[in-house]
Design a binder for this molecule. Sequence first.
Ligand code: AMP
Ligand code: TRP
Length: 328
Amino acid sequence: MSRVLSGIQASGQLTLGNYIGAIQNFVKLQESHECFFMVVDMHAITVPQEPEALREQTESVAALFIAAGIDPAKSSVFVQSHVPAHAEMGWLFTTLAYMGELERMTQYKDKSAGKDSIGAGLFVYPTLMAADILLYNADLVPVGDDQKQHLELTRDLANRFNARFGDYFNIPEGYTPKVGARIMSLDDASKKMSKSNPNPASYIALLDPPDVIRKKISRATTDSGREVKFNPAEKPEVSNLMSIYSHCAGLTLQEIEDRYEGQGYGAFKKELAEHVVATLEPLQARYAEIRSSGELHDILRQGAEQVSVVANRTVRDVKERMGFVMPR
Ligand code: AMP
Ligand code: TRP
């Protein structure tokens, strides 16, 4: 059975974009693959985090994974920092990476642009991500378009290790959904929906209450026309809302066009809001249950125990190949 690994950062609220673009896929993949899903807290601290906020966000993302349908009986769900092998492997891979290739990473360039002081962690971020993936010899890594460059670097580092120290790593492949790979902002369809947008009306957070969701959708930008037609080049706002509709209601884009033929945007937006609410309400109820029951910590402990077996073996093999004296 091939192995899947992915991670989501513990920073800020998760959005409907994360759900449609990433988590819904995780839930499907667990039916046919051996899956490892983690909350990456050590990546989150590459930009300053308040300790209390980091704790809250880490637990929240983990609980959302489970509330969204990731089943701990099928997948290992864990927190990156609970498995120290990530930090150790991250260092080993940092020594294999070149400054030049890290300087070329667009996420690093974006996050450091215009800053006087740039954290060193932000610079080596991709070597820790390579460690995350290679520790488990993952075959498939579901990530959005923005992470493809990091995955390419992971592949380069794996090949570099194999060339210097003998074949060991599998070369992982990316995996991006065909529809919904990019859910766009509600106020500006040229930007992706993101939890880091300072305007909360631009995204739907998975934990937004129903009335907030209704309000955000009713105010979402459309265009001066009145036809519900899927055409991302000419009607990017309406097309984005249609993608969301399609995911939440389980209708095809054609079915949506037919349904709203000649009706304008009012009815479309109203029903879209109800489909989003109906998708998120059960998730929110399950989330509240998980947070209050205390079961989350048991799930995370078990997840970390399961994956540590694989991770520790990889670190030991890698160190041995690199020439470290192994304790006897
Ligand atoms: P991030 O929120 O950037 O840490 O991303 C976590 C995961 O969610 C990654 O796999 C992203 O590609 C995915 N993701 C984030 N925002 C969106 C979006 N607006 N549309 C689709 N996928 C997204
Ligand atoms: N860098 C990824 C993001 O921001 C998160 C991440 C960290 C990740 N380690 C990973 C994703 C390993 C996939 C596999 O979305």
